[in-house]
Design a protein around this ligand. Structure first.
Ligand code: LLP
Length: 429
């Protein structure tokens, strides 16, 4: 469900035509619907209403402060993976006791910052990380709350780049090893064992891998409780997929019921780390066709078109990186006629495309189009490749919109850069 709708041949975000935003703010621009964000949070939260739970929005999907704040205002916590995310999460009003810290490469300064803020728990991914947390906590004379991220060796049946719960992946600790690590951790003065964690991948469109992983986690939780450990939290990660094209992922309620059932009877609080499902369909990337080009079709008959737009793989990396699909929708009245086309960016690589081999309206230069479902892993993965300033971000609520991040300036592109002194011409600064 989302609030992007075609009304009288204009694409609207809630009550605002996207063409108005494109004209006022320029393109490319990411546009988020606040009503959609709130709706997604509420649906997810209500789905788990029957059990104690904390939703920790996985902010790597979209770390704009207003997006995070949309969730924290509704009671959400945050799943972070870096000191930078910790800073942004706190600035956006996340209560430290609802922050969980995941990721395989936590650095000592990041661990220290998180400990200073008294976050809910560290999701630990290796024995060496556990030892590092113990050392930092000892130095600070604190106890670090931890859970171990289990690698359950379950196939999430998704893109290999976003599968994380297979034994060949770098993530988590296999169950047999985890038991040893838990026993070690339980004896440390500066570590407090509080939970068990698991995350098997992203954009899952079936519920069965979640159930398989949960069954393995449950067995471990029971073992640890028997050993006398006070397991209060079970973090099942994120990963629920969304519809980009024709996928039919389970509804949040179906997913929630399966998870709730998997842990029924245990005296624990569930932690959920949804990212994509919260923001994916709540955002679009609006871009303008600058030039069009036609070549003889490589398949023999007819011609192939290129719509060269002002957004590139630096703005939306997903199609180039994962071959992922984003629907292309006209922002204004769709031009007559259909053509076979690629929507490509200005970047100097053939891998720079937003859409490939599509049947699309015969757009002309000056037309604006929207790459749909770009709210998750869109702006947050954008870069300055080809020295392109990152795009602006806008949030809509009802009939109003506001810029929630200004377009980067050329000056910002070179912030912090210096010409090496040995390269400077005499007399120049
Ligand atoms: N928790 C952990 C530990 C994670 O690693 C992730 C995502 C999440 C939660 C949130 O997963 P979600 O609910 O969003 O599926 N850039 C890729 C997706 C990478 C996912 C990384 N981890 C993409 O654009 O498809």
């Amino acid at each position: 469900m989302h609030h992007f709708k075609q009304k009288k041949s204009e694409l609207y975000c809630e009550g605002v035509p996207l063409s108005r935003i494109a004209k006022a703010v320029g393109t490319p621009v990411y546009v988020y619907s606040h009503a959609t964000l709130s709706h997604h949070y509420r649906i997810f939260d209500e789905a788990f209403a029957a059990v104690p739970h904390i939703i920790c929005y996985s902010m790597k999907a979209n770390s704009n402060g207003s997006v995070i704040r949309s969730f924290t205002n509704l009671g959400s916590g945050v799943d972070i993976v870096s000191g930078g995310e910790l800073m942004r999460a706190l600035a956006a009003g996340a209560p430290p006791k609802k922050i969980v810290y995941s990721g395989v490469g936590k650095q000592p300064w990041e661990i220290e910052e998180a400990l200073k803020r008294d976050i809910l728990m560290f999701n630990v991914e290796s024995r060496e990380e556990l030892e590092a947390i113990d050392a930092v906590a000892a130095k600070m004379k604190k106890r670090a709350p931890i859970s171990i991220r289990i690698n359950p060796d379950v196939d999430p049946k998704t893109h290999p780049y976003v599968s994380t719960g297979l034994k060949k992946n770098k993530f988590g600790i296999r169950i047999e090893q985890a038991i040893k690590d838990y026993e070690w951790a339980a004896k440390r003065k500066h570590i407090e064992v509080v939970g068990v964690d698991c995350h098997i991948g992203s954009q899952l469109t079936e519920v069965s891998p979640f159930i398989d992983a949960a069954a393995r986690v449950r067995l471990l939780v029971e073992k640890l409780i028997k050993k006398g450990m006070d397991i209060r939290y079970v973090d099942v990660g994120g990963g629920l997929g969304i519809t980009y094209n024709d996928e039919l992922p389970p509804e949040p309620k179906v997913y929630a019921d399966a998870i709730i059932k998997s842990f029924s009877g245990l005296d624990i609080t569930l932690i959920l780390e949804p990212g994509r499902v919260m923001v994916g369909n709540a955002g679009v990337l609006v871009t303008q066709v600058r030039y069009t080009k036609e070549i003889p079709s490589p398949h023999g008959k007819g011609s192939k078109h290129f719509f060269i737009v002002d957004a590139g793989m630096n703005d939306l990396a997903r199609p180039s990186l994962y071959g992922s699909y984003h629907a292309i929708v006209p922002v204004g009245k769709a031009p007559r006629g259909k053509v076979e086309a690629d929507v490509v960016g200005p970047i100097c690589e053939s891998g720079d495309f937003l859409a490939k081999d599509r049947t699309l309206p015969a757009f002309k230069s000056g037309d604006c189009i929207a790459a749909m479902s770009a709210g998750a892993y869109g702006f947050s993965m954008s870069s300055n490749y080809n020295s392109r300033p990152r795009s602006a971000e806008v949030m809509v609520s009802g009939a109003r919109y506001e810029i929630v991040r200004e377009r980067e300036t050329l000056k910002e592109l070179v912030r912090g850069e210096k010409t090496a002194t040995f390269l400077r011409k005499k007399g120049a600064k």
